[in-house]
Design a protein around this ligand. Sequence first.
Ligand code: HAM
Length: 431
Amino acid sequence: MTARLKAPKGTHDLFPAEAEKFAAVESVARRVFGSFGYGEIRTPIFESTELFARSVGETTDIVHKEMYTFPDRKGRSLTLRPENTAGVVRALVEKGLQEIPRPIRLWYAGPQFRYEQPQAGRYREFRQIGVELAGVASPAGDAEVLGMLFQFLRALGFTDAVATLNCIPRGQARQAFSKALQDHVRPHAERLGAEDRKRLDQNPLRLFDSKDPETRRILEGAPATLDFLDEASRSHHEELKRLLPGGGVPFVESASIVRGIDYYTLTVFEVTSARLGAQNALLGGGRYDDLVSDLGGAPTPAVGFAIGEDRLVEAMTEDVRPTRTLFWAIPDGPDEYLYALGVAREIRALLPDAIVESDLSGRGIVKGLSRAGHVATDPSRYPFRVGRVHAVLLGSKEREGDTVTVKDLATGKQETFPRNQLAERLAGRER
Ligand code: HAM
């Protein structure tokens, strides 16, 4: 026997009911982000490996051990995108920043790939919904992005979400912070694993990403980012905190949020949800004022975030899928198929948001009606929430008289009317 094929480890299939939740979340994103003037961008699923090395950073876990990297047939090194910010910035620089009206407001949704140990909420293929705002240096940009994020979360029923906020020193202040961190950790260096020892030497901020309990113990009492901010950074951070309530953003400060990516400068934030297990963040983001110029563009400040869409959907308690009316069209027999095809087509055209399903079992109206009853009470059958259910009975009488009989399954009310009155009779029954 041949072995049964399985989806690769850490990936999963989305069947209609699940896929519909993702689509519903994405349509809320489109509506909310669109209302702030953000437009959708779609960038390639794979990029040159160098892009991620130069943006996310060589010493990050993502680049160091989580990328799906492969040579193409011409030997170019390509990588399945582990995140989308680098691709968006690459696209902006490539198009020419001067070509794009400022500020640049973009959002995206799509799959990302990281070779991680799969567990609840952690996959090798996962989806992100993200936002990038480029061309605004002031904390008003950070506040806009965070305000929009919380409007989106509230629209999905996350009313208790709180942002954890930090500010990472930049430039010389960052070097001073890194040095202070090294001074704090170095006396305990012999207790560090090989990887953390390398982090200590090369990129001490990345020590905060370590999952090693020993490293975490050593980091207790480590210098705090906020104590190292220079004057300009401190006033950016203070001004942001003053603005956030105006955007409806609840937050707490935490010096231990440094995020596992190198491109951040100043503002960083995360949101965790009590509904997700343990240390899993629902989303993360921050400011990255040097990335555009690091990737060859004119210096352009930017800020954004990405939500783990799989985690978001798993943590949702409200069903945001649309409710649709179901019309269950039942031709009494093969003689009515032609008539039923036409009537179903007409109802779909009149009520585009309804589901019009034809009973193709060919078992007649009585059996068809009882099946409609079952279908109406089986919520797993449709990817949507099913609202009102109508059976559309199409027998020889209807066909010969060019009429339609519609039965509302909830009230049991049944009426027969001329087919050319479908529009008036069905008006208002869409949801
Ligand atoms: P990130 O923190 O690496 O940031 O990822 C953002 C979110 O993606 C995480 O908070 C998490 O919800 C989700 N996520 C990450 N890895 C996985 C995984 N293996 N399985 C399921 N979900 C996962 C970024 O990617 C930045 N590009 C965010 C950003 C945008 N910063 C500025 N602009």
